[in-house]
Unconditional design. Sequence first.
Length: 162
Amino acid sequence: MNKKLCILLVLAVLCSTVFAGKSKEKTKDKSNESKDKSDESKSKDSDESSSKEVVETTTAAAVEVTEPVTDAPTDAPTDAPTEAPTEAATDAASDAPAAEPTANELKSLCKGVIVDMKPYPGNCNKFVICVLGKATVQTCGSFQVFNTDIKFCTFGDPKKCP
């Protein structure tokens, strides 16, 4: 299993270096512009591409989690005590999924990281692949959770996260 993980990490590093090389070639073609403008555009392009990647991955994750909201049926008022529905409402509120992390939180999670796999905040069925400081959100298969010790998806119940 460690051999597969090493191969995956090597492939991720190679892909990221190839991508970085292609972006450098594109900027060489635009060498007719002044040095100041090219420096500004390089930093602007890199900032935009890193923020776009994080935003796109979090948007995709948010789409997966979104469920249609249904209105609960309303009961006719009665004179009976209403303790049971109140307890059910508090249980439902505690079972609600945690808020999705923002793009800045994911970016700070991978800041300064060359290659690593980290657990997704608030959801053990997902994990974050950090390559050269850029975050990519991935989801484990059904009935699997991300194991932080071996940094791999293993069998487990996502509803009962440790």
